[in-house]
Design a protein around this ligand. Structure first.
Ligand code: DQA
Length: 159
């Protein structure tokens, strides 16, 4: 099984940007921890970060037929991007949205969320630990899909 981790604009500045909101951890450190968890659970993982909306749309499309699940923090595009929302809906993969900060407790404009309605679930406000929670959630989703497939196969008449 493969997870694609997609990070939106300014997340490459973690550890530098607004530390009082996002904390001191750098993106590479978050990814290292995710990589270790993936290895322990025998899951393939790929990381992608872009500051450009179209590149994020391209990456989501590339996941079709390649990855089994997406963990995405669309960052500021969460609040504006119909294109990213449509791409997630188009590929139809289990998708978990992560936000480091609690966007419900911040400025009014962050309360608009284009992405959440097309995601399987959201992890919000846990700091960088949210990415770890999303990994646990994705493993759970993979297990549920495997169990459902197994149950379906068991119901099919033997040839
Ligand atoms: C963010 C929240 C967004 O509102 C913001 O634009 C970001 C990061 C978060 O992880 O808390 O860049 O997605």
């Amino acid at each position: 099984m493969k997870i694609a981790v997609i990070q939106g604009p300014n997340l490459n500045m973690l550890g530098i940007r607004e530390q009082q909101i996002y904390g001191p951890m750098k993106l590479e450190q978050i990814h290292q921890q995710m990589k270790e968890f993936a290895e322990q659970n025998k899951i393939e993982i790929e990381f992608f970060q872009s500051n450009l909306e179209g590149e994020i749309v391209d990456k989501i499309q590339e996941c079709y037929g390649d990855a089994h699940g997406i963990i995405i923090n669309p960052a500021a595009y969460t609040h504006t991007s119909i294109a990213i929302r449509d791409a997630i809906a188009a590929v139809g993969l289990p998708t978990i949205e992560v936000h480091i900060s609690n966007i419900a407790r911040r400025e009014e404009f962050r309360k608009t969320n284009m992405i959440a309605p097309v995601c399987s679930s959201s992890v919000v406000g846990f700091g960088p630990f949210g990415y770890h929670l999303a990994m646990i959630g994705m493993v759970q989703i993979f297990n549920e899909i495997a169990a459902a497939q197994k149950a379906q196969q068991a119901q099919q008449p033997q040839a």
